[in-house]
Design a protein around this ligand. Structure first.
Ligand code: NAD
Length: 247
């Protein structure tokens, strides 16, 4: 019934796979959100539409609260229905140690991964309540939240630790309303994020280190996300699910 799934950062990687597969698994309207990569988002949107769902292509830099507010103002004009959120947009920091964690660098990664994700969740909860048809949220965390990622990017790991804690608190707050909130901790997944973070050879170097001896795919993460947003997981909330090949 007029279901609307909002996927942030859907121009590539895990977000793009989730938007595509959501159309296949019955979501009727999908918000293909993007930051900079319009071409990637257009590709995702056309795949969504080829599977019979309606795509809404919307741009917003999630580190800018005003941009998020504008995006949700547009969504409020749509016909009401159940709402899902995949809080996925994120960046990694370059490889570094404590000496590299300048305030500018730390602020940048927190602005996208934490402040952006919290504001997107806040706006989504407002939409769910205004529409009155229920909804659910899946935050994309990282195995880094558990591992700490020493000598790689402990600031990035700390953003994902914040997302885990945010997930627990928000789930507690919203459970009485029937709004389920969960998170996924992907392990090493084959996407362009590693190259964007200045480590183009990361997958090649670490690809065989997970217990399953291979990196995961975006589709394998998307399957878990879509399950958590579906009725098939109707009694699952406040759960942080590892999709990490045993890591
Ligand atoms: P990706 O780079 O392909 O996707 C990230 C998406 O976020 C892109 O669409 C990008 O444009 C968008 N984005 C980044 N900054 C933005 C901003 N300021 N405003 C709006 N959009 C912005 O990488 P991915 O691997 O698919 O990452 C998706 C999520 O999964 C991220 O939150 C990431 O931290 C998490 N994750 C990835 C891995 C991995 O190994 N790939 C592991 C653990 C967690």
């Amino acid at each position: 019934m007029n279901s609307l799934l909002i996927v942030t950062g859907a121009s590539a990687g895990i977000g793009a796979a989730t938007a595509r597969m959501a159309a296949f698994s019955g979501w009727q309207r999908i918000v293909v959100h993007y930051g900079q990569d319009k071409a990637g988002a257009e590709t995702t949107a056309s795949m969504v539409e080829s599977m019979g769902a309606q795509a809404y292509l919307l741009q917003a830099d999630v580190s800018k609260p005003k941009a998020i507010e504008k995006m949700f103002a547009k969504l409020q004009e749509l016909k009401p229905g159940p709402v899902g959120l995949v809080n996925n947009a994120g960046i990694v920091s370059p490889q570094g140690t404590i000496a590299d964690l300048t305030p500018e660098r730390v602020q940048k990664v927190f602005a996208v991964n934490v402040f952006g994700a919290i504001e997107v969740a806040r706006q989504t909860v407002g939409l769910i309540r205004a529409w009155g048809h229920g909804g659910g949220i899946v935050n994309i965390s990282s195995a880094a939240a558990r591992l700490g990622s020493a000598n790689q990017y402990i600031d990035y790991a700390a953003t994902k630790g914040a997302i885990d804690t945010f997930t627990l608190g928000l789930a507690d707050e919203l459970a009485p309303e029937g709004i389920r909130v969960n998170a996924i901790r992907p392990g090493l997944i084959e996407t362009a994020i590693h190259a964007k973070g200045g480590q183009p050879d990361r997958l090649e170097k670490l690809g065989r280190t997970p217990p399953m001896r291979r990196p995961g795919t975006s589709e394998e993460v998307a399957e878990a996300v879509l399950w958590l947003l579906s009725e098939r997981s109707s009694y699952v909330t406040r759960t942080i699910l590892d999709v990490a090949g045993g890591r």
